[in-house]
Design a protein around this ligand. Structure first.
Ligand code: C5P
Length: 234
């Protein structure tokens, strides 16, 4: 299984593809997020496919069920492999998304954005919350019950989620850093080893690869860390 997903958080297709070409065979799966997709559209996904890459489209869909289902159908037609939806869109929305996704595309639920703290979630939902851990598990369980393939979660949530969701669920974890790396603006980071030990099935890495002096070497170092080898060949 190829567990490394590199986040193409870049402003243009030209820059994104230059990076993909440089990384070459060190990475197979790329995440295209809101900025790049809004700027470049489906052509970005087709260009990655044209290079033999697989695509995680991180659009965090959240709308009425019919609208989300149509967007999921569009992503399916594009042969996207992973697509995100907000679990707070509710069960009918997730069921409609699941129905539209078919058998090939994997839907991942976003529980609570890690940019929100307990006070902010309490304000939005109108009830007091001291901690968000229980809310994350609750939303993830609804996602699994509607047939989503898994969730996006930090390495710190992965252990409890793995326990709650079982062995088959995908747990896709961003905020990954090698021991030697800086944290950028990520408040809570995990190493590849600790995230996988906690139950992550896939790791999303952005800046430590995209901003590295040698993105290809950095990607290889992450692959080596994931696959438990001590050597990062370049
Ligand atoms: O550059 P970095 O490795 O921090 O990027 C991580 C990627 O994962 C980015 O695309 C970011 O949007 C995404 N992400 C995150 N934290 C979350 C959810 C998604 O960093 N809680």
């Amino acid at each position: 299984m190829n567990r490394l997903i590199v986040a193409l958080d870049l402003p243009s297709q030209r820059e994104a593809l230059a990076l993909v070409d440089e990384i070459d065979d060190a990475v197979e799966v790329y995440k295209v997020g809101l900025e790049l997709y809004t700027r470049e559209g489906p052509g970005m996904v087709r260009a990655l496919h044209g290079r033999g890459k697989r695509v995680f489209l991180d659009l965090k869909l959240h709308d009425i069920p019919t609208t989300v289902a149509r967007a999921v159908e569009a992503a399916r037609a594009l042969e996207v492999e992973f697509l995100t939806v907000h679990t707070s869109g509710g069960r009918p929305m997730m069921e409609a998304a699941r129905e539209a996704a078919g058998d090939e595309m994997k839907l991942l639920g976003v529980t609570l954005l890690t940019s929100l703290d307990a006070a902010e979630v309490s304000e939005v939902w109108g009830r007091p919350l001291d901690t968000l851990d229980g809310e994350v598990i609750r939303l993830a369980e609804i996602a699994r019950a509607t047939g989503l393939s898994g969730v996006v979660a930090s390495g710190h949530e992965a252990r409890a989620l793995r326990k709650a969701l079982g062995t088959e669920a995908l747990i896709v974890t961003p905020g990954i850093r090698l021991d030697s790396g800086g944290n950028d603006d990520q408040a809570r980071v995990s190493t590849p080893r600790s995230a996988i030990a906690a139950g992550a099935s896939h790791l999303v890495v952005g800046r430590p690869v995209t901003r590295a002096e040698s993105p290809r070497s950095a990607a290889r170092a992450f692959q080596a860390a994931i696959h438990g080898t001590t050597e990062a060949r370049s």
